[in-house]
Design a protein around this ligand. Structure first.
Ligand code: NCD
Length: 305
């Protein structure tokens, strides 16, 4: 039985197959409409979500399967003190596969070790968010044709943003990637990540001003400041509007640069940017459904001819 805890759980060859499958799903949706007939996906979300949970549910429903779950720890037995291990053993009696989001780093991993069904990490604290990374990689591959040879700027909360950590981990396996980390001093990417980049000789720069690096970027990955992971509200208020991508900043960018964002957005991208053809964040949401469909099929070992 296979789980997904980190994007590195799949080799790059396996990821290529997954993305090819997602591409086929995009082009031939109806072919997959009954692939998961009779199968059940459980979504166990101990933290808020719109896209991740609903795109998992949309993915399973589009495959002909069914969904059940909870979207709030307070409405589950976690509120009575049940452990994640006991919850997953219970869920294993109800469902064929489970997507779990939890505020504690490592909780989905604990669940996977006790589960009778495949578990997908749908975000664990400030640690990893592998299915967002699959979404990001599929978006880049689909819109640019390749996952190699580009400069990507990651901007905003690089300290607590789990999507950032997962994406960097995944991208270091491709050729010719340069990272530019754009953040205030307090929200810099963790040392364990820059140590890993140094060890692998992967080029990166750390800067504070977005304007200065805009012309170099092939992709700009914007992120929200992760309010829920701050220790005090004052720091959040001071940092939350540090970056606001607007039309004027977009004028500094290449004509074919793409703006990605895992969403939700707060203020970091002005709505006036949404009409710019380089704004790819809502297309990214759509790719998230295709890639989750491909992932469910892969983990359940279901093949459609
Ligand atoms: C992200 C998350 O939950 O980490 N959202 C998502 O799943 N697309 C990003 C965020 O909340 O900022």
């Amino acid at each position: 039985m296979r789980h997904l805890m980190s994007p590195l759980d799949f080799s790059t060859e396996e990821l290529d197959r997954l993305f090819d499958l997602a591409g086929d799903i995009e082009r031939n949706m109806s072919k997959y409409a009954h692939a998961c007939d009779g199968k059940i996906l459980a979504t166990c979300f101990y933290e808020p979500s719109t896209r991740t949970r609903l795109s998992f549910e949309s993915a399973m429903l589009s495959l002909g399967g069914n969904v059940l779950g909870f979207s709030d720890a307070g409405s589950s037995s976690a509120a009575k003190g049940e452990s994640v291990s006991d919850t997953i053993r219970t869920i294993s009696c109800f469902a064929d596969i489970c997507a779990m989001r939890h505020p504690k780093e490592g909780a989905p991993m604990v669940a996977a070790s006790r589960s009778g069904v495949p578990v997908i990490n749908a975000g664990d604290g400030g640690h990893q968010h592998p299915t967002q990374t699959l979404t990001d990689l599929l978006t880049i591959r689909s819109l640019k044709g390749s996952l190699s040879n580009f400069t990507i700027g990651l901007c905003g909360d690089l300290k607590f943003g789990r999507t950032v950590h997962s994406l960097i981990n995944a991208l270091v396996r491709y050729e010719g990637i340069k990272f530019i980390f754009i953040s205030p001093e307090e929200l810099k990417v963790p040392d364990y990540i820059t140590d890993m980049l140094k060890e692998k000789n992967i080029p990166y720069e750390e800067v504070i001003r977005l304007e200065n690096v805009m012309p170099q970027l092939d992709f700009l990955y914007m992120t929200r400041v992760q309010r829920e992971r701050f220790f005090n509200e004052e720091d959040y208020v001071r940092l939350k509007d540090f970056y606001i991508l607007d039309k004027a900043k977009m004028e500094l960018a290449k004509e074919d640069m793409l703006v990605l964002h895992p969403l939700p957005r707060v203020n970091e991208i002005s709505v006036e940017v949404d009409d710019d053809p380089r704004a790819a964040y809502f297309r990214q949401v759509q790719y998230g459904v295709y890639v989750r469909m491909a992932l469910i099929l892969t983990l359940l070992d279901i093949h459609v001819d």
